[in-house]
Write a protein that binds this ligand. Structure first.
Ligand code: AMP
Ligand code: ZN
Length: 468
């Protein structure tokens, strides 16, 4: 059974063949950790986790290296670190901030059933490799220094644009090119930029500064997937300077991935940075693009307060990774019901066996909707259902743990009303500690409160609902 993957580079589904038949190398652009990640960010994490699991199943767990980087230097990170840690040296401040935010990210994606990648390099730990890459690009005539910046000169690379396949005008619009006076060409992009004293900065031949976003991924993939496997600056075998799979969300095709390709290919003299480029489609919420102003911006962390991580994971995988997803409460409720049924059906199944039909569906460009249909078909075969669910990253709970995730189906409404009245009385008597205690007691019963005022009398009223 052969693995086929859709390659954005060729716009076709291709049979996958690793460069080294005994070792698959995959790089996925990771999060920019300035705050809690949203549910859209969870999509590439879950999708490429399924691919990681499938590759491990096919090639063996020790024969796959999956790298997902941490972007821990970025203007949003710098701004928040300056706000949260005034007076702390900037490099230390971003480190302190991103240890927390990356910890939150790790906890979120672990709850979503994702394995830890083989390596999770931090951008700030690879600045020397970035500087070396840029020096090499300058030496080879692909980049230049101007006013404390280093820039990649796009016209120096005739193959530029091969991934995005866009016209020059489109690319200029898409890159939101700022026409800086020091640029030789409007398409030229930043490899290195100067930092002010209160911004994080590292020494470089072009002065104290910080890397551009694109060079970070070229450096981290070089350090983790190329150099340890015999490639690098001293190697002139193009195949050794290429790895197998590069992934990320569809929004990264241009300019981020196009620029990664330009940097790596020109610095290492290889026609390809990665053989296969994979991109997940976008997620929107209840029919609309997620945005803070629309109030439909949901973090993974918030969702995990109300929904088991496996429900979110399953809800993600019902849609093929290249299709857009409309993320809805209805979809999550439906996903929870299906998992309830499968947890019950596999309660006594043990580790199970992996059904070839499920592997076959996944091997067809990660056709997870097809795999889910196969799972439904395995409903009466507990061992096969359990094996396939585990392959996909489910069944981390025992049946009892799973059942306990559902709040009690019904609460005693009269008892809730009595407690609410007691709380209102306590608050009226300005005994807020008692009021809070009662609210916590109700929360433990799965009841959440909403305080308001009666529109006619102005008296405080409290409504309640059972949280999931
Ligand atoms: P960022 O932290 O913004 O660099 O994004 C991290 C990853 O999440 C990238 O691979 C993005 O392409 C992906 N991503 C961001 N928003 C969405 C979305 N709404 N749907 C799917 N993927 C997304
Ligand atoms: Zn990247």
């Amino acid at each position: 059974m052969s693995l086929k993957l859709y390659n954005t580079l060729t716009r076709t589904k291709e049979a996958f063949e690793p460069i080294d038949p005994a070792h698959v190398r995959m790089y996925v652009c990771g999060p920019t950790v300035y705050d809690f990640a949203h549910i859209g960010n969870a999509r590439p994490v879950i999708v490429f986790d399924v691919l990681f699991r499938l590759l491990r199943h096919i090639y063996g767990a020790d024969h796959v290296t999956y790298v997902r980087n941490i972007t821990d230097v970025d203007d949003k990170i710098n701004a928040r670190a300056m706000r949260d840690f005034p007076g702390v040296p900037p490099v230390e401040a971003i480190r302190t901030l991103t240890e927390t935010t990356y910890g939150q990210f790790q906890a979120d994606v672990a709850a979503l059933g994702c394995l830890e990648p083989s390596e999770t390099p931090r951008a700030t730990e690879h600045v020397e490799t970035m500087v070396a890459l840029i020096e090499r690009l300058i030496a080879r005539g692909y980049a230049y220094e101007a006013e404390g910046h280093a820039l990649f000169h796009v016209p120096a690379m005739p193959a530029y644009g091969a991934l995005a396949r866009r016209s020059l005008d489109d690319m200029i619009a898409g890159a939101r090119v700022d026409v800086a006076p020091y640029k030789r060409d409007p398409m030229d992009f930043v490899l290195w930029k100067p930092s002010s004293a209160d911004e994080p900065g590292w020494p470089s031949p072009w002065g104290r500064g910080r890397p551009g976003w694109h060079i970070e991924c070229s450096a981290m993939s070089l350090a983790t997937l190329i150099e340890p496997f015999g490639g690098g600056f001293a190697c002139d075998d193009p195949l050794k300077n290429t790895f197998d799979i590069h992934g990320g969300g569809i929004d990264l095709v241009f300019p981020h991935h196009e620029n990664e390709i330009a940097q790596t290919c020109c610095a290492l003299g290889t026609p390809q940075m990665a053989r296969v480029w994979m991109h997940n489609g976008f997620l929107q919420v209840e029919g609309e693009k997620m945005s803070k102003s629309l109030g439909n911006f949901v973090t993974i962390h918030e969702l995990l307060a109300d929904w088991p991580g496996e429900v979110l994971r399953f809800n993600m995988l019902k849609t093929h990774y290249r299709q857009p997803i409309d993320w809805t409460v209805r979809g999550m409720e439906e996903s929870w019901r299906v998992l309830d049924d499968w947890y019950a059906a596999t309660a006594d199944a043990g580790p199970g066996t992996v059904a070839p039909t499920v592997v076959e569906a996944l091997s067809d460009d990660l056709n997870t909707p097809k795999a889910v249909a196969e799972l439904h078909g395995l409903r009466s075969d507990p061992a096969a259902l359990a094996g396939a669910l585990r392959l996909l990253g489910f069944l981390a709970d025992t049946p009892a743990e799973w059942a306990a995730r559902r709040p009690a189906a019904s609460v005693d409404a009269a008892a809730v009303e009595r407690l609410i009245q007691a709380r209102l009385a306590a608050r009226k008597a300005r005994n807020f500690a008692e009021g809070d205690r009662i609210r916590d007691e109700l929360a433990a019963m799965g009841v959440s409160l909403k305080d308001g005022k009666d529109s006619a009398t102005g008296e405080p009223v409290t409504t309640w609902e059972v949280k999931r």
